[in-house]
Design a protein around this ligand. Structure first.
Ligand code: NAP
Ligand code: ZN
Length: 360
């Protein structure tokens, strides 16, 4: 249980990695007490994003140990600060990647806080008060209300949790590329994992023809029959890749490991766009010929703003879009991380933080 300690910090139970071995163990740490702009949240569920693996293993060389991962959080509000409007005790809410931003720059003012130069993340970041942020592998969270969203009543809290990162990360570049404004485009999703499977669902909901570009033949049947993908291209088969040259208008690349963009770019029509959201620890290869011969564009995208995150959740509520999840207990986090690293999950692990009987 949460207690107030003499220095007015909250003592919170969670799960942390302590070095680049990446092994997660129970960890008690301090959070700030609920401030005027904050809400406190009893965490029910937290998704396991591949970014959590990059952090616990220090793939990107930026981890501050001990790290309490988790930025796909759903839970219930237990306390509301005096300046907070729009949230009340008991509300079903979500927290994603963002914990703080400057609130003043053009990006913060333009609902794109995710591109603020002073952005701080839900874990492994530094909050305004100088404290290190700890994420959702923990029993409760204190969050500034500007980085909290409502989870629509129609969405289950467990299968909605990964929408807070995986969902918004693929939704945002699709909206940016105006895929919601017309139907019948041919779009490709590279990598059928946590991000990729939600991207297929959005692509279908927007009315497009969806091709999966995958290294895993074993995922084809389900991708077609269950997720509704129209085509499944094995990226390691040069013949298949050649036969699909110049067929796609838009590609979203969600791959977590280093790879070449060349063969993928060849799948795009002239003027097509490839958006990279996967964040491998080493540079991806970007050969110039497939770029210049097809006047193609490569760009990146980093999660999404808070307004867009709420819009995405509302869209999911309306269209019944949830994630395909395998729920794990807090005792099985290490096993889940190992299986995720081995590409053995369909398609997202979600930790049942509060235990079996505590979800609404
Ligand atoms: P995930 O569930 O592990 O999915 C990644 C998929 O990439 C795998 O399912 C696999 O799909 C494919 N893949 C894995 N290793 C590969 C390899 N060696 N070569 C080719 N394909 C490979 O991971 P995720 O949670 O979706 O995250 C994906 C990436 O996005 C991570 O790097 C993560 O850090 C990053 N990310 C970025 C943002 C952002 O804001 N831009 C947000 C969240 C996550 P197939 O089996 O179909 O090949
Ligand atoms: Zn994530």
């Amino acid at each position: 249980m949460t207690q107030t300690t003499p220095n007015h910090k909250l003592s919170v139970s969670g799960w942390a990695a302590h070095d680049s071995n990446g092994v997660i163990t129970p960890y008690t740490f301090k959070r700030r007490v609920n401030g005027a702009d904050d809400v406190s949240i009893k965490i029910l569920y937290c998704g396991i994003c591949h970014t959590d693996i990059h952090h616990v293993k220090n793939d990107w060389g930026i981890t501050r140990y001990p790290v309490v991962p988790g930025h796909e959080i759903t839970g219930l509000i237990t306390e509301v600060g005096s300046n907070v409007k729009g949230f009340k005790i008991g509300d079903r809410v979500g927290v994603g990647c963002l914990a703080a931003s400057c609130l003043e720059c053009e990006f913060c003012k333009g609902s794109e806080e995710n591109y603020c130069e002073q952005i701080q993340f839900t874990y492994n970041g530094i909050f305004w008060d100088g404290s290190i942020t700890y994420g959702g592998y923990s029993e409760m969270l204190v969050a500034d209300h500007r980085y909290v969203v409502h989870v629509p009543e129609s969405l289950p809290m467990d299968a909605a949790a990964p929408l807070l990162c995986a969902g918004i990360t693929v939704y945002s570049p699709m909206i940016d590329s105006k895929l919601h404004e017309s139907t019948g485009k041919r779009i490709g999703i590279v990598g059928l994992g946590g991000l990729g499977h939600v991207a297929i669902k959005f692509g279908k909901a927007f009315g497009h023809h969806v091709s999966v570009i995958s290294t895993s033949p074993s995922k084809e049947k389900e991708a077609r029959e269950h997720l509704g993908a129209e085509d499944f291209i094995i990226s390691t088969d040069p013949k298949q890749m050649r036969s699909k040259r110049r067929t796609l208008d838009f590609i979203l690349d969600t791959v977590s490991a280093p790879h070449s963009l060349g063969p993928i770019l060849d799948l795009l029509k002239v003027n097509g766009t490839l958006v990279l959201v996967g964040a491998p620890d080493k540079p991806v290869e970007l050969p110039s010929f497939p770029l210049i011969f097809g006047k193609r564009v490569v760009k990146g995208s980093m999660t999404g703003g808070m307004k867009e995150t709420q819009e995405m959740l509302n869209f999911c509520g309306k269209h019944n879009i949830t994630c395909d999840i395998e729920t794990v207990t807090t005792d099985n986090i290490n096993e889940a991380l190992d299986r995720l690293a081995k590409n053995d999950v369909k398609y997202r692990f979600v930790i049942n933080i509060a235990g079996k009987n505590s979800s609404p």
